[in-house]
Design a protein around this ligand. Structure first.
Ligand code: DX5
Length: 216
């Protein structure tokens, strides 16, 4: 069984204590940190730029994923790579040159990921699959933290795992101790968790522990 990676996403962190919260997550055994980048066009929300990735980089030595929920992500790859993102993921729906974009991410020295929204068919990934390190199966409609896990995501993860035994399958949105069991059982290996970690009543460490314990 591959190690399941837990990736707190900073959207739900306390922005006034970001460095502290990132350090808490690292001490609690988080495997990576995700910066949820939103441009107010691809999704109806506006969040972070490369400067926040730099701030997270100063706070931790963990790998940092930049999830670009933005139109024309190809315009921002170099800025996010330079700011310290070790993996850059773009939405399959957001660019008309996905192959060139994936190649450009790799030429910048970062790992390449593609994210796919709930209503986008897996078929749209078929041709790019051999070129990417990670696929993020969005288990909510992207734009906000704290949304409900979409139950049909489990079957989508299962079908993707059947398509590609090797690719890292990440899930993102509404992932907590309960939904984690479903998606890991279906073949996911990377769990993005925002509100179930930074919004957990017992604190960050307890939130990460709750997910890990559920997977024991
Ligand atoms: C896209 C955001 C969220 C976030 C996870 O909407 O990027 O998916 O990472 O948020 P939670 O874990 O609170 O659903």
């Amino acid at each position: 069984m591959p190690r399941i990676e837990i990736v707190p996403s900073i959207l739900s962190a306390d922005a006034g204590r970001l460095a502290e919260q990132v350090k808490e997550a690292e001490s609690a055994g988080a495997d990576r940190i995700q910066v949820d980048v939103m441009d107010g066009h691809f999704v109806p929300n506006l969040t972070f730029g490369p400067g926040v990735v730099e701030a997270v980089r100063r706070a931790t030595s963990l790998p940092i994923e930049a999830h670009l929920m933005v139109e024309r992500p190809e315009l921002f790859l170099e800025a996010f790579a330079r700011s310290g993102a070790t993996l850059i993921e773009v939405q399959v729906e957001a660019t008309s040159s996905l192959y060139r974009t994936v190649q450009a991410i790799k030429e910048l020295g970062a790992k390449a990921g593609v994210a796919i929204n709930p209503a986008t068919p897996l078929e749209d990934l078929r041709e790019i699959l051999p070129y990417v390190d990670l696929v993020n199966v969005m288990t909510v409609e992207p734009g906000f933290g704290g949304q409900k896990f979409i139950p049909s995501s489990t079957d989508k993860v299962q079908r993707l795992r059947a398509l590609s035994p090797k690719v890292e399958i990440e899930v993102d949105g509404g992932i907590d101790a309960r939904s984690a069991i479903l998606v890991v059982g279906a073949g996911a290996t990377v769990l993005v968790a925002g509100s179930s970690v930074f919004g957990y009543k017992g604190g960050v460490a307890a939130g990460i522990k709750a997910i890990r314990d559920a997977l024991e």
